[in-house]
Design a protein around this ligand. Structure first.
Ligand code: FAD
Length: 274
């Protein structure tokens, strides 16, 4: 399929991106790795009049130790998240989850910011970042704001970001020395998850995130609380669908998704509890 006609503007600074998006209003869209937006445009499910290419803003591509958290620039590619030494030490769950995204070509182009901003419930990183209780930094012409972990995903492919507000950074509390695991169930290697689970526990805190179990990435609050308060992996896994609203599709019925979520959660919590 061929996308509808659009103007293309490549920017060389965040300021230029802000100025162009202010001008374009609702007609404008940021382009990062293009691996979610361009397929939507080819299907004509998105038809922005102006594409503002932020993909070469290298100053928004970084992974930094920021004391009690790790700061990741929105333009950081999945490949760099997967291979970061800092993340291997401080947030190995995130590095592992990034390694499960698509194939090497997707991981070399796709960005963590694009994955988060796209807010696809079937994506691996948004649910993982929920489990890790990440917060999100957005910029606009009127300044910078931090969006709290649970306030970010607001609906199917919708987030708390305003159209004129680029995501610039993701801040993730360090989760050193605890247990973690990520489980992704798909029929063919490199496919999207039919269901996925990310779990982490460190210093009494932690979380369980669910992939493809509702209209948004899900934080499984009931199961997380039970697990942190001492429930066994089996007991906590039985609670995992309390906040989920799975849909049936060609790959799975609602009941099959619920079954998968329980099984994958038990496995993830057993691995994270070792
Ligand atoms: P883009 O496509 O450029 O943008 C996506 C959306 O986010 C657009 O609306 C754009 O305007 C907005 N956006 C981008 N950056 C910003 C920003 N900084 N601030 C505000 N808005 C922004 N993902 C998985 O999780 N798991 C998979 O298994 C998987 N498999 C894939 C397989 C294929 C073949 C493909 C093509 C993609 C796959 N993906 C998968 C998606 C991939 O991870 C995408 O790269 C990612 O979802 C979007 O990142 P992007 O940088 O490409 O964003």
């Amino acid at each position: 399929m061929i996308p509808a006609k659009f103007d293309y503007k490549r920017v060389s600074s965040a300021e230029e991106a802000l100025s162009l998006i202010t001008e374009a209003g609702d007609e404008g869209k940021f382009l990062a790795g293009g691996h979610s937006l361009l397929p939507l445009m080819k299907l004509r499910l998105a038809s922005p009049a102006v594409l503002i290419d932020i993909g070469r803003l290298t100053d928004l591509s970084y992974i930094r130790d920021a004391g009690d958290h790790v700061a990741i620039g929105a333009l950081t590619r999945h490949h760099d998240v997967e291979h970061s030494d800092l993340l291997a030490q401080q947030l190995p769950l995130l590095a592992k989850a990034a390694s499960l995204v698509g194939d090497p070509a997707v991981r070399h182009r796709g960005t963590i910011g694009g994955s988060v901003a796209h807010a696809d419930p079937a994506s691996d990183l948004p649910a993982t970042l929920l489990a890790l209780r990440a917060s999100y930094v957005a910029r606009s012409a009127s300044g910078e704001r931090v969006i709290e972990p649970r306030a970010f995903y607001t609906g199917f492919l919708e987030s708390a970001l305003q159209p004129d507000e680029p995501l610039t950074e993701i801040r993730i509390p360090k989760a050193t020395g605890g247990g973690w695991d990520v489980q992704k169930f798909n029929r063919r290697a490199q496919d999207w998850a039919i269901v996925g689970v990310a779990a982490v526990r460190s210093n009494g805190a932690g979380g369980i995130g669910l992939v493809n179990m509702g209209p948004t990435p899900i934080f499984a609050e009931s199961a997380t609380n039970a697990w942190l308060q001492g429930a066994s992996p089996e007991e906590a896994a039985q609670l995992v669908i309390a906040e989920a609203e799975p849909q049936a599709d060609l790959n799975a019925s609602v009941e099959y998704r619920q079954h998968l979520a329980r099984v994958l959660t038990r496995r993830a919590l057993e691995a994270a509890s070792r």
